[in-house]
Design a protein around this ligand. Structure first.
Ligand SMILES: Nc1ncnc2c1ncn2[C@@H]1O[C@H](COP(=O)(O)OP(=O)(O)OP(=O)(O)O)[C@@H](O)[C@H]1O
Ligand SMILES: [Mg+2]
Length: 332
């Protein structure tokens, strides 16, 4: 079956800034792939390229087999209903002068889907699906809470039944008390409606909750892609190991016993990324070769994981990264 999304060697440079520098990633039909990595690694840029909110420098973005990376705006317009994005901050992504009903119906109007009456019915149905009462149709975004606004964003994003949703930290700007319910909602909508989802987040717990596979990004490149269970049980790339070691664990005993890998230094600038492995300047186990040869993202181990590290064997055996080095901070 053709995957919903196939990103092939995608590059996005902002002038000298190599924000995304050759990323390939597939999201299958109805699959959720989590995209994680430190602040500035290029996650949002990748999401914006996939949804063509920024022009792509080179590479392919195939949505259901059709490459949209370099299509003109005009050629792209009729295809836009098939892929959407929700952002971190719903207050800035919703038009403050439109009612909730008009906001949710807008994609349907733009793509001339249904009559005015069927669109109204669809809006009510969508409100129900995202857990909002029908009477919010006449309200304005500022009259709603942050969590309610993000529910409206989701209803709008899903109104034209896209096959792909890019969710860029959809809960991180919300009050902590409503984050879990919005995350649950994304999971339920995804299961009910079956869209494919690229889920961008700093929060490894939400990836563990939602994603079937996880891609780890560092300085414009993917360093590891693996099934969720495999990645959380046995992260292979030293960067993934450090990232996981920095994530909070709910069980305090486990948390205390765990060795936190602390990486030294800041993320290098994407204007002038380090040669060889981009992570070698902070990698606790780097050897000379790592500063020279670029490690390709290659299959390792029995379960189809991909890892870009010279020190990981073909059978999947990974170097054990020890404690006592500063871990990347996931917060932003
Ligand atoms: N419009 C732009 N012009 C110039 N540089 C940009 C632009 N957008 C992003 N960048 C740069 O590209 C790099 C990747 O940024 P991006 O926002 O994609 O990272 P991110 O992984 O989403 O980070 P965060 O976790 O903080 O959201 C950063 O160095 C950023 O400064
Ligand atoms: Mg971002």
């Amino acid at each position: 079956m053709t995957p919903t999304l196939e990103i092939v060697d995608l590059v996005k440079h902002f002038g000298p800034v190599r924000a995304v520098d050759g990323v390939s990633l597939t999201v299958g039909v109805g699959e959720v792939v989590g995209l994680v990595g430190e602040s500035g690694s290029g996650k949002s840029t990748l999401g914006r390229c996939v949804t063509r909110l920024v022009p792509v420098t080179s590479g392919q973005v195939r949505i259901r087999g059709r490459d949209i990376a370099l299509l003109s705006r005009r050629a792209l317009r009729p295809l836009r209903r098939d892929f959407t994005i929700v952002f971190q901050d719903p207050s800035s992504s919703l038009n403050p002068r439109m009612t909730v009903g008009d906001i949710i119906a807008e994609p349907l109007r733009l793509h001339r889907l249904g009559s005015a009456a069927t669109r109204r019915a669809r809006v009510i149905d969508l409100l129900d699906q995202v857990g909002l009462p029908a009477d919010v149709v006449r309200r304005y975004p500022h009259e709603l809470s942050g969590g309610q606004r993000q529910r409206v964003s989701l209803a709008r994003a899903l109104s034209a039944s896209p096959s792909l949703l890019v969710a860029d930290e959809p809960t991180s700007a919300l009050d902590v008390s409503v984050q879990a319910s919005v995350l649950n909602l994304v999971g339920r909508l995804q299961r009910d409606l079956g869209f494919a989802c690229l889920f961008i987040t700093h929060d490894l717990a939400s990836v563990e909750f939602l994603a079937q596979r996880v891609a780890v990004m560092y300085l414009g490149l993917l360093v590891e892609i693996a099934d969720r269970a495999e990645l959380f049980a046995a992260p292979r790339h030293p960067y993934t190991q450090a990232l996981l070691s920095a994530a909070p664990i709910p069980d305090p005993a486990v948390q205390r016993a765990r060795r936190r890998i602390v990486l030294s230094g800041d993320v290098p600038s994407p204007v002038d990324p380090p040669p060889g492995c981009r992570f070698h300047t902070r990698c606790p186990v780097a050897v000379e070769r790592c500063a020279v040869d670029v490690p390709p993202l290659r299959p390792v181990g029995p379960a189809g994981a991909l890892v870009a590290c010279h020190l990981v064997d073909d059978d999947g055996t990974a170097p054990e990264v020890s404690a006592a080095m500063p871990a990347p901070s996931l917060g932003s």
